[in-house]
Design a protein around this ligand. Structure first.
Ligand code: NAD
Length: 356
């Protein structure tokens, strides 16, 4: 099969990790007889410098016409003082909205070989961890009305958390489907003791649950969930939550697995169209130094093959190559123990490729 992919390398380590991921994808294509056709477009800080906007119209057009989008990361100090809608991160929100990507899937897996990088005690982790956070991505406070007003306490700023029944229903369905493919256990996280939007969230999730009688549904307040994730993470299988809660909890879950450089993500819409990216940012502190761990982006390719193209064997091939690479002791700086040999980005990529 031929697949048309839009590629946005972005800023900082974005280009380094995307180049690595494409190399692995090409190796998979060669092995299984698929052709991946890449169209490179710009977004983020690099796009702002060239076009005066972080999300040029051409980028949206190409992404809309592609079978999937691959993204590195955007952002950096250089653009930090721009107004909100010109900042590199505005491109991410624009892409999510423009492509209708309302579901963000973030698996947090602790690889057996990296158990030592987990900051939690071995007795808490047991034989490993495999949590999947399903985060609502195009609603809630990140997309609600925002602004300023004068009050008797001085100037005030506000951001409104707003969720409609339809928005909650569609993300709940994605989460229940995910739970059906995994351990049939779903935890919906909200703040229904305080927030009206959370009470609506909980009611709709309970409605959707009627279509999935096999899935054991529970609810948890977000403050408790943040605590339980470090106290007893193994109680979780699939977590579904709002945009902002998901942003925070998925970073927390990722830290439990050792390094932010390991974790992939998929953002999905209605028609399996997806955007695939590592969860980490542009890491300006290590950009251009061949220090970036490419695994998060490489694993994002495995998610793309599975979720957008239904290529399960090909996806498993990438996951197993990464596991074997780690089992063989290959480490980039972020996951190496003191005294361990540290591979460059290219060396790690070559090591993974050898197992494809
Ligand atoms: P970050 O994820 O870029 O970096 C946090 C820390 O993790 C840094 O020490 C970095 O060196 C390290 N790190 C990240 N990815 C790594 C990798 N693959 N290999 C090895 N080490 C890695 O987060 P930050 O420093 O808060 O943000 C930097 C910039 O990235 C900011 O401009 C921020 O807005 C942007 N950002 C973008 C995205 C995105 O594009 N999706 C996500 C988060 C942050």
């Amino acid at each position: 099969m031929d697949y048309k992919l839009a590629v946005i390398k972005g800023d900082g380590i974005g280009p380094e990790v995307v180049d690595a991921a494409l190399e692995i994808l090409d190796a998979v294509g060669e092995k299984f007889g698929h052709k991946f056709e890449y169209t490179e477009v710009m977004a983020g800080g690099a796009a702002y410098d060239k076009f005066g906007t972080p999300l040029p119209a051409e980028t949206m057009e190409v992404c809309l016409k592609s079978d999937a989008v691959i993204l590195g990361a955007v952002g950096g100090l250089k653009w930090d003082n721009l107004p909100g809608n010109e900042r590199p991160e505005a491109a991410l929100l624009g892409l999510r909205k423009g492509l209708g990507l309302f579901a963000n899937i973030r698996p947090a897996i602790l690889f057996e070989a990296l158990k030592d990088s987990c900051p939690l005690k071995p007795e808490i982790i047991g034989d490993g961890l495999d949590i999947c956070v399903v985060r609502e991505l195009t609603g809630g406070i990140y997309f609600g009305e925002r602004g300023f007003k004068d009050t008797d306490m001085g100037k005030a700023a506000y951001d409104i958390e707003i969720y409609s029944e339809k928005e909650v229903e569609r993300i709940a369905k994605v989460a229940f489907e995910m739970a059906m493919k995994r351990g049939k256990k779903l935890m919906s996280v909200d703040k229904a003791n305080i927030l009206e939007s959370s009470r609506l969230w909980r009611r709709v999730v309970q409605e959707v649950a009627k279509d999935y009688p096999e899935v054991e549904l529970s609810h948890m307040y977000v403050d408790n969930a943040a605590m339980q994730l470090v106290r007893d993470p193994k109680q979780f299988d699939v977590i579904v939550t709002s945009n902002m809660f998901g942003d925070i909890l998925s970073d927390e879950a990722s830290m439990i697995t050792g390094s932010i450089g390991m974790l992939p993500s998929a953002s999905l819409g209605d028609n399996n169209k997806g955007m695939y990216e590592p969860i980490h940012g542009s890491a300006p502190d290590i950009a251009g130094q061949e220090k970036a761990n490419p695994i998060a982006t490489v694993m994002s390719m495995a998610m793309m093959l599975k979720y957008s193209f239904g290529l399960i064997e090909e996806s498993d091939c990438i996951e197993s190559a990464v596991t074997k690479t780690l089992n063989a002791g290959n480490r980039t700086g972020d996951i190496a123990k003191p005294g361990e040999k540290v591979l460059t980005t290219s060396e790690m990529t070559e090591a993974i490729k050898a197992y494809i």
